[in-house]
Write a protein that binds this ligand. Structure first.
Ligand SMILES: [Cu+2]
Length: 230
């Protein structure tokens, strides 16, 4: 965080804008495999209140830009972290859908096996882990449950597997919650896909996927609200 602030000062910009510029350059693969945890930690960046116009415009632009998913999530989280009254005008459409779930002790399962969300909605899944084992949660492409589950199994309980949180290097992995220790909780932020379908979520810790999975049903986009032009 100190390095980020120093970098931003050198660029003559706010740390959040510097961070978004860096995030914009991250390929999706980096987002899946390496950078999701540092990005989450970066949310300690404090915004002035009221938010200067320059930052508000940058946030709204990035929040709508699915072409740069790391910067998009960063912007959505920054908006979400603001007090509601301080959020930039036009940010209501980035309201976050929160899904809270838990692991079921000794059952190799999530307590929530299905939820629905409208296409394009920002989602935050939190998972508490009262079990005695580590677990993770990956959101994957339609019909990719067994392919990704088997890829996780093949990593085995190795140091290399743990280092990447048992995240298979596949474009079918859409969002990653890293390993969550016993007694801890984790979270993952992503934007629900634009295409309505059933997207499985799964724990890829070797041996878990067959019972530890669920379905995210993405429905047609909600009709815009509060838009007087339609
Ligand atoms: Cu598991």
């Amino acid at each position: 965080m100190a390095a980020l602030e120093a970098f931003a000062a050198g660029q003559g910009t706010h740390p959040l804008l510097a961070l978004m510029a860096r995030a914009r350059q991250l390929p999706m693969r980096d987002l899946r495999l390496r950078h999701y945890i540092p990005l989450a930690a970066s949310l300690g960046v404090r915004l002035p209140n009221p938010v200067p116009q320059e930052i508000a415009s940058a946030l709204l632009g990035a929040a709508a830009d699915a072409g740069a998913p790391a910067a998009q999530i960063l912007a959505i989280r920054a908006i979400d972290a603001m007090p509601e009254a301080a959020r930039p005008e036009g940010s209501a459409r980035f309201a976050v859908r929160r899904v809270a779930m838990a692991t079921v002790p000794s059952r190799m399962a999530y307590d929530t096996t299905e939820f629905s969300v409208a296409a394009g909605t920002p989602v935050c899944i939190t998972m508490s882990n009262p079990d005695t084992l580590q677990h993770n949660l990956l959101v994957v492409a339609p019909r990719a449950l067994s392919e990704i589950g088997i890829a996780g199994d093949k990593m085995g309980e190795t140091a290399a597997g743990k280092a990447c949180h048992f995240t298979p290097d596949s474009p079918k992995v859409l969002a990653v919650m890293g390993l969550v220790d016993p007694g801890a909780s984790g979270e993952v932020w992503f934007v629900a896909p634009a295409k309505p379908a059933t997207y499985p979520y799964v724990c890829t810790y070797p041996g878990h996927w067959r019972t530890m999975n669920g379905k995210m049903k993405v429905t047609a986009p909600a009709t815009p609200q509060g838009d007087s032009t339609t």
